[in-house]
Design a protein around this ligand. Structure first.
Ligand code: OAD
Length: 235
């Protein structure tokens, strides 16, 4: 039988079991920081030090954490299916768990880019700290390679095309509260099964033309179970 296309759309919840706080849960990041002070183009312009410091802390934290059973189960599906991960997360735990095809919708912590030319993107090779005055080769200051609120999401269109080709869509650990990202679930062909793995209550009301199964479990628990189930069905 031909290998199926499985698309996995993840949010902060998939990294929660690795010890990284989500955004909108009770102890989430947005309970402790104001979005407009750390995650907007205006914040970068008016309060650069605070924004850089915020992402330095996120980078330092993510480097100290390890992929969990959820990330690992997702990566292991590549043994028997074509798997593409579309993540809203800026950490690299999917890659470190072994996933080969990962599209980051909201940018990547381990990259910086020129404030002037968004095509000048650099990997951070060493450590976690972006110094305030680091510059790109075009002379402009560097900024975190993160999609701030109010900025466009350049990877959204490629992500839509990937979801359109899915035979199965798995949605893990996202509140489906942030747009356009949440809209991705609407691009699944009608009838394609959608599995949501999340211990909370993400806004699944936008899923209308697809059979929906909500597995109310943590990623580290629910993902390995779901993967076994799909493997048995598809092999
Ligand atoms: P949210 O914090 O909005 O949602 C986290 C989701 O994870 C919720 O539905 C929780 O129920 C669920 N969750 C909590 N613990 C979990 C666990 N152990 N296993 C599985 N799920 C769990 O995070 P996102 O939906 O990712 O954007 O947020 C979307 C975007 O908003 C982020 O990419 C970020 C943020 O502001 C930017 O910074 C641009």
């Amino acid at each position: 039988m031909a290998r199926k296309n499985i698309v996995v759309f993840t949010g902060a919840g998939v990294s929660a079991d690795s010890g990284i706080a989500t955004f909108r849960d009770a102890d989430g990041l947005w309970a402790n920081y104001k979005i407009e002070e750390v995650c907007t183009p205006e914040a970068l312009k008016n309060n650069r030090a605070k924004v850089i410091e915020f992402y330095n802390m996120r980078r330092r934290e993510s480097l100290s954490k390890q992929p969990n059973e959820g990330h690992i189960a997702i990566a292991k599906m590549e043994e028997w299916a074509e798997v593409i991960v579309i993540t809203q997360n800026v950490d690299n735990l999917h890659e470190r768990a072994g996933s080969k095809n990962v599209l980051h919708l909201h940018g990547e912590l381990m990259k910086l880019r020129s404030e002037r030319d968004s095509n000048l993107i650099y990997d951070i090779e060493d450590g976690w700290e972006q110094s305030l005055d680091a510059r790109a080769e075009d002379g402009a200051l560097l900024r975190p390679h993160i999609v701030f609120f109010g900025e466009s999401v350049p990877m959204f269109d490629p992500a839509c095309r990937i979801v359109q080709d899915a035979d199965v869509l798995i949605v893990v650990g996202t509140s489906l509260a942030v747009y356009p990202a949440a809209m991705l679930v609407r691009y699944a062909k009608s009838g394609v099964p959608i599995y949501v793995v999340d211990p909370g209550n993400p806004d699944t009301s936008i899923i209308r033309n697809n059979p929906l199964t909500h597995i109310k479990a943590r990623a580290a628990e629910g993902m390995p179970e779901l993967v076994e189930r799909l493997k048995a069905e598809m092999k």
